[in-house]
Design a protein around this ligand. Structure first.
Ligand SMILES: CSC[C@H]1O[C@@H](n2cnc3c(O)ncnc32)[C@H](O)[C@@H]1O
Ligand SMILES: [Zn+2]
Length: 439
């Protein structure tokens, strides 16, 4: 039977599949059919395949869509509200009071839409979210066409949208049920941090996550103070406590991990956990430095996240990847640590692996979902091009992002959002800013 035509054939100058590692294909085509990558072949061969639409992308590099493995999407509406403070002052004296006062479903809807738009414009095709009213965030993701892991937030105290952890889990389980067949949304558990979630709730989450084969996404070892306080209160480091409670495993996503001793590293390796590195949030809150090179050499899967816009203050994963590559060298004391190719892998395939999506996305391989970003490297600041990946990571900003496809659907076309109204998003964000600033 003759092959069905491709829906779309992309013809970039450079194609970076990420897997196999280190490969840059020049003058190749990528064909998309039914939302998946159907073909990767040299240009002349690719052109022999009938295609409904052919898109020439001269001087563009196509890569897997970037994956922001940790954030709090709706916090875009709190961007810049409390800068230049350490984590606990920032959280206790500013962020939690502001969230208590302002966060409702409308806040989450408008803030999440803003975050999704910013992320798509920055080449992000998939993100992880830990915030209140996860059902509202899921609606935003559904409508926007992007891919996401939405986590069910669990804390020991009342939060917007849930009077207690039992209510948060009840609503969360409903969300698991409602969205179990969703093609772009994966629900996971989001116990906030070891210092805000008690053992009984963590044990409950372990049982539920095992039953549902779900991810567990948690801030862990964000600061030295967190670890020191846990040791003095409970005589145990937080990661060791999580191991004792049975939470660690390949579905466990440890966010931050700026403090890692030999036993911590052994636990991460033994349980095959992922670490999500958020270098800019760690720098801004002076939280500490994640030893990325040490983790990488030990075989731990390290992904990258921006964290929320109130501690970063942008959702620019390309910029975050550059920061990660530069910081890894300083922390390791070695300029060979985390080269540009490895950094791009962290921002794509390792993110997919952390979120349990590595068979579906994170690299450009036939059969995978067509989550693709096209970066325009034709600008003055990118010349000359010896190694396009070096140019992308070390010399390019998110203004180079030209097109984004998620599951073969184009969400960004020549820098313009195809499904979201940028003017409306800006107007809503300004209205929130004015309302919050007045009080
Ligand atoms: C459970 S909803 C998310 C909760 O986490 C807060 N938050 C944002 N950034 C951080 C961070 O770096 N460490 C700890 N907690 C953080 C956010 O404001 C929400 O309250
Ligand atoms: Zn966070």
């Amino acid at each position: 039977m003759p092959e069905a035509p491709l829906d779309l054939l992309l013809l970039p100058t450079w194609l970076v599949p990420v897997e196999p590692a280190g490969v840059v294909l020049r003058d190749h085509g990528l064909g998309i059919r039914d939302g998946r990558i159907a073909l990767i072949a040299p240009r002349a061969e690719a052109l022999r395949h009938p295609a409904t639409q052919v898109r020439e992308l001269p001087q563009c590099l196509i890569a897997p869509g970037l994956i922001n493995a940790h954030g709090h999407a709706a916090m875009t509406l709190l961007r810049g509200i409390a800068d230049d403070l350490p984590l606990m002052t920032w959280l206790h004296d500013h962020i939690w009071p502001a969230e208590g006062k302002w966060v409702d479903e409308d806040f989450v809807r408008d803030g999440t839409d803003l975050a999704i738009a910013e992320q798509i414009k920055g080449g992000i095709s998939c993100f992880s979210d830990m915030y209140f009213y996860p059902q509202t965030a899921a609606e935003c993701v559904h409508n926007a066409g992007v891919r996401a892991q939405i986590t069910v937030p669990v804390l020991d105290f009342p939060v917007p949208g849930a009077l207690n952890a039992a209510e948060a889990l009840r609503k969360g389980l409903q969300l698991f049920d409602d969205l179990k067949q969703h093609p772009r949304i994966r629900i996971a558990f989001g116990p906030h941090a070891p210092y805000t979630v008690s053992d009984d709730k963590l044990e409950q989450i372990r049982v539920l996550a095992d039953e549902l084969d779900a991810g567990i996404h948690m801030h862990v070892h964000e600061t030295a103070q967190e670890v020191a306080e846990a040791v003095s209160k409970h005589g145990e480091r937080p990661l060791a406590r999580l191991a004792r409670l049975g939470l660690l495993g390949p579905r466990f996503q440890a966010i931050h991990m700026t403090q890692i001793d030999d036993e911590d590293l052994a636990l991460l390796v033994e349980h095959n956990c992922s670490v999500v590195h958020c270098p800019e949030s760690n720098l801004k809150l002076a939280s500490g430095f994640c030893p990325v090179e040490r983790l990488w050499q030990a075989g731990v899967n390290v992904a990258i996240g921006t964290d929320g816009a109130a501690s970063n203050n942008d959702l620019d994963l390309l910029g975050e990847t550059r920061t990660a590559a530069l910081l890894a060298k300083a922390v390791a004391g070695s300029a060979t640590a985390l080269n540009a190719h490895s950094a791009l892998r962290m921002a794509t395939l390792n993110g997919a692996r952390a979120l349990g999506l590595e068979t579906q996305t994170g690299s450009l391989e036939p059969g995978k979902l067509a989550d693709v970003v096209a970066f325009d490297l034709s600008g003055l600041a990118q010349q000359p091009i010896y190694d396009p990946i070096s140019q992308l990571i070390y010399a390019s900003g998110r203004d180079c992002v030209k097109h984004v496809w998620v599951g073969g659907k184009q969400l960004l076309d020549d820098g313009r959002l195809t499904r979201m109204d940028e003017g409306e998003l800006i107007a809503k964000a300004r209205a929130w800013g004015e309302k919050i600033a007045r009080k």
